[in-house]
Design a protein around this ligand. Structure first.
Ligand SMILES: Nc1ncnc2c1ncn2[C@@H]1O[C@H](COP(=O)(O)OP(=O)(O)OP(=O)(O)O)[C@@H](O)[C@H]1O
Length: 274
């Protein structure tokens, strides 16, 4: 992993430590610059400059209310109606936080999977085909192919291939969450945002979901909010630690969990607060 330890906007190294990425194998695909998020007059996020490496997993960790979901939801403009988001969100060189951006098209490239699995009350097949049809894909063979590929990538195909016409509401929680991932990847995004996707799952389903994410990073850039420290350590290359509306530390996951530069990070990852 190639990183240089430049510190951006640091007051002292012990207070804030944010690396800049420089890995030619995994160039930066998304970054935020000067991002501020306000709910009414309340500023929920005020220091959130981060870069994300392509085809890598980045974990966002931090105590409850520190701004992780606020940050994640801003990345594909899910906060547009509830918050004011200022600053730049650069995706492949384009600021997608500009008013003239086609948000619908942008969300095709920057997809989101939510905390609770939320399959539609439709068949397993139609959960995936729905968004494709909306986007003009009507050829049955093409739909069949994309449904199969998406379910395979989400590691669900073997379990559901004979039940594609059954209701998605009959799936287990873990299966339903992987269906939601299949649904998100069917429209071929670049980036997958996941907000605590395993919080409603049992340990076995959580393990399966983590394996799925590890295999998906070959095709997608993954940014995941998690409260589970072990999960962040198991699956991510980079970790950002949020505290009180700021990113206090951003570094390789191994650095964050073995030798963090900021005392508050150290206290958090060792379970002293949060
Ligand atoms: N829709 C909203 N309206 C007003 N305030 C909000 C809203 N959503 C979040 N907040 C506030 O913004 C701050 C950051 O919340 P956020 O949900 O981003 O934190 P978080 O780190 O994701 O927390 P958690 O881990 O508990 O999900 C909190 O003070 C929260 O109360």
């Amino acid at each position: 992993m190639f990183v240089n330890n430049d510190v951006m906007n640091a007051t002292t190294k012990e207070e804030r430590h944010v690396i800049q990425l420089n890995d030619p194998e995994h160039p930066v695909i998304l970054s935020t610059e000067g991002l501020h998020v306000y709910y009414g007059k309340k500023e929920a996020l005020f220091e959130g400059d981060l870069q994300f490496a392509s085809n890598q997993i980045t974990a966002l960790i931090g105590p409850s209310g520190s701004g992780k979901s606020t940050y994640l939801r801003s990345l594909n403009r899910m906060n547009d109606r509830i918050a004011t988001v200022t600053g730049k969100i650069m995706y492949r060189g384009v600021d997608i936080n500009q008013p003239d951006i086609d948000v619908y098209e942008m969300r095709r490239r920057v997809g989101m999977v939510f905390q609770r699995p939320n399959p539609f009350a439709k068949s397993i097949y139609d959960n995936i085909a729905f968004a494709l049809r909306l986007r003009g894909v009507t050829d049955r063979h093409q739909l069949d192919e994309i449904v199969e590929t998406s379910l395979k990538q989400a590691a669900l195909w073997d379990q559901v291939k004979d039940d594609l016409n059954k209701s998605a509401l009959a799936l287990s929680g873990g299966q339903a969450q992987r269906l939601c991932i299949a649904r998100a990847i069917a429209i071929k995004p670049d980036i997958l945002l996941l907000d605590e996707p395993a919080s409603a799952l049992d340990p076995v389903s959580t393990g399966q979901l983590e394996d799925t994410l590890l295999s998906l990073k070959a095709h997608y850039t993954i940014i995941i909010v998690t409260h589970n420290m072990q999960q962040a350590a198991r699956i991510s290359e980079y970790t950002a630690f949020f505290n009180q509306g700021r990113v206090l530390e951003y570094d390789t996951t191994s650095h964050i969990f073995t030798n963090p530069s900021v005392q508050v990070t150290s206290d958090y990852v060792s379970g002293n607060f949060g």
